[in-house]
Design a protein. Sequence first.
Length: 132
Amino acid sequence: GITLDAGAIIPLRSSIKLGAVIRNLGYENTNNLRAKLPVEGGIGAAFNILQISILTDVLYNITTGKEFRAGIITHWKWFNLNAGTSFSENRNAKTVGFSFNYRRWKINYGIYFHGNSTVLGTPQFLDVRRYL
């Protein structure tokens, strides 16, 4: 299949940015069947205060409806923290994590708490990056 996402970020001031996105334009092929993906659109804002970003956005998915998200990210030199929450009619989730930066390496770790944790478990994410 093929999909397309498009977005834009508009800086209002040095400490405020607005953004918009539309995702999942296209289709997916699975088992010789063509399936349309649920189109999703959103608007958001980022507020930078000292070395901290406060993020907020609203997403609309044709299938699942509106979802509200908020988060916070630090911008320190070597070690950073992040946390966020998302809620909608069908989901209430929270996440926390950290990243460690050293030279051209970055290690990210996060954990995702959601309403189905007792059934599905609590996902944890780890990624290691090297920037060229």
